[in-house]
Design a protein around this ligand. Sequence first.
Ligand code: TXA
Ligand code: MG
Length: 317
Amino acid sequence: MQENPPILRTSLCRYGMEALAHAEKLVREGQPVAIPTETVYGLAANALDSDAVARIYAAKGRPSFNPLIVHVSGMEMAERLAHFDDLATRLTERFWPGPLTLIVPVREDSGLSPLVMAGLSTVALRMPAHRAMQALIDRTGLPLAAPSANRSGAISPTTAEHVLRSLEGRIPLIIDDGATERGLESTIAAPAGGQIRLLRPGPITADMLTEATGVPVVMGGGEKIEAPGQMESHYAPSKPVRLNAAQAQTGEYMIGFGDVAGDISLSETADLEEAATSLFAALHIADASSAPRIAIAPVPAEGIGAAINDRLRRAAA
Ligand code: TXA
Ligand code: MG
């Protein structure tokens, strides 16, 4: 863990030219700013500047062995940072901009802060499909390192309000552009040696990766922690979570799905896309409720349901 960062006044600004100008100035000064992507809100800083990257780790209280995703706004920028083989290139053509992070070999002359990779020879790159993050990368001309904008291990933020609750006083600026569209972090995939390893399930499913490339997808990582978003306890509320609940027991705040009713529902019509979008907001609401425990209805593991169940398991761990 890092030391506590100095206490800052956190401004909350509606997305627009003024907010972007403010964010650009802060990023150029090496400060991190919270800004939405289509998945979750990110805490973005200049990926070429080690002081700036260190401020991300400090604001989140994130262990420094957990590497960061670098966000780019175009292929030219991506290719200055890393090597793309045929398979990686095909994935970018099919899914960028969008919620797919690719693990690719970092270029020796990338200029990236070594803190971003945390000692690995690969870098995680993603081209987000969101006007705010794209505009900030374009205005600064910089690749931006950005983890989710929450305290390490806590529930990811899908609104500016979630960011404020988690990071107020620890960062100078939050740009508010409403609730995020996808609601779950990007899929993390490592294309190499003619196969694709899925390191973190997300909105781009294994079936979509295979369908786009004709290449098999294998689950999970290598020997060491490769995507410690994969650390067991993560996305965790402050109280116990019970999964696959058919109904609430005494003292539980119940999160329903489909026919299983609750205090709130991820999707009353059992729509998995809707459940993905509302999952973290539901966990935030349940966590803030007066109930001492949380129960969650079963959610089928098909399609994006695999990513939902991955996050639920870690929330309960
Ligand atoms: O949707 C997202 O991906 C969001 C938004 C802000 O873009 N970002 C995000 O970042 O979820 P974060 O830091 O919460 O998750 C990054 C994950 C971590 O699990 C980390 O271990 C993994 O990416 N990662 C980073 N570099 C890696 C590498 N070289 N090899 C394997 N995994 C890596
Ligand atoms: Mg995170």
